[in-house]
Design a protein around this ligand. Structure first.
Ligand SMILES: Nc1ncnc2c1ncn2[C@@H]1O[C@H](COP(=O)(O)OP(=O)(O)OP(=O)(O)O)[C@@H](O)[C@H]1O
Length: 309
């Protein structure tokens, strides 16, 4: 899947601004960005639900939106809002979706049986979808999105309302699908999920501000993250908040995770800048994580053009 110069305006707002994307086949591609950064709008344009203001889109060899009709049978789409019928049973939901996708009665029965088994829903196939837990609904919604064995799956914050174990379980299913050749584009606000993707794109105010493999993105930030142990972390944080080279400070218990704007501030110089603030401080460098990448990409003016190869 490729997009070039993808743009969408809503009145004066540029929701998506000249975005270029390349999503390799059978890849789990993560889409990250603050609220309102344009993730859903991009995904909706890629699956032909929304017409771009400008740009070229090629999905599975089809030109979108012109050939969107032909794309429908080849993609699956699932959003944060469960697209299920609450007053139909688990089985009826899957049967309905299979019929909409044009499966014969025979194929529908085989496929629904297979999905109920594989998604551990066979012990509750008669239960009304509306009475299921968030995690179960989400498993059913995923089963529904792949009932027609799509080559590409577009998932818009599919795990936003479920517990950590259900999220892990859901991601196991995504990797199973990718191993079997399905390409997956998934938006998320969870860094642990982003970390698991083969590749990632970060959007900010409609602009693509970073893309690459998670490891490439974090390696580029080497030398920028310090951890400060202190007896009075609030006082140290107050001092760091006014430090010109500090981009962000996050408190985790008695530790402060400090992200610098630049990578040329030495550990010694940084230690020195805390002299006289709290005698108990202990500072060391730590490897950057994806959250650091996210903060740099979305908060640091001038970093917008940084891209991993
Ligand atoms: N139909 C619409 N009409 C007007 N503005 C819209 C419309 N759809 C989206 N927007 C605006 O476009 C911007 C991008 O929205 P979008 O839903 O794509 O962001 P997002 O990154 O998916 O956010 P979130 O993480 O909150 O889901 C927002 O400012 C939103 O208000």
């Amino acid at each position: 899947m490729h997009a070039r110069g993808l743009t969408k305006r809503f009145g004066a707002l540029v929701a998506v601004n000249k975005v270029d994307l390349d999503v390799p086949r059978a890849c789990v591609y993560g889409f990250l960005g603050p609220n309102g950064s344009g993730k859903s709008t991009t995904i909706r344009m890629l699956c032909g639900l929304l017409t771009p203001g400008a740009g070229e889109i090629d999905v599975l060899g089809l030109a979108i939106p012109r050939q969107a009709e032909a794309l429908k049978r080849r993609i699956g789409y699932m959003t944060q809002k469960f697209s299920l019928f609450d007053d139909l049973s688990v089985r009826q939901n899957l049967e309905f979706l299979a019929t909409v996708q044009g499966l014969s009665r025979h194929d529908t029965r085989l496929r629904v049986d297979e999905l109920l088994r594989r998604y551990r829903l066979n012990d509750r196939e008669e239960q009304l979808a509306g009475t299921m837990s968030g995690g179960q609904k989400q498993r059913l919604a995923l089963a529904g999105a792949i009932v027609h064995k799509p080559e590409l799956l577009l998932l818009d914050e599919p795990t936003s309302a479920v517990d950590p174990e259900s999220r892990r379980d859901f991601w196991e299913k995504l990797f199973e699908l990718a191993d079997a050749g399905t390409t997956i584009l998934v938006s998320t606000h969870y860094m642990d999920e982003a970390e698991r993707c083969h590749r990632l794109a970060i959007l900010d105010n409609g602009n693509l501000v970073a893309d690459g493999q998670p490891k490439e993105l974090t390696e580029k930030l080497r030398g920028r993250t310090f951890v400060v142990h202190a007896d009075s972390p609030r006082r140290v944080k107050a001092a760091l908040d006014s430090h010109p080279d500090v981009l962000s400070v996050a408190q985790i218990g008695n530790e402060l995770r400090v992200l610098m704007r630049r990578d040329d501030v030495s550990l010694e110089a940084f230690r020195h800048s805390l002299d006289g603030v709290d005698a108990s401080t202990d500072v060391h460098t730590v490897p950057p994580n994806l959250e650091d990448v996210f903060v740099v990409a979305t908060r640091n003016p001038g970093q917008g053009e940084e891209r991993a190869a």
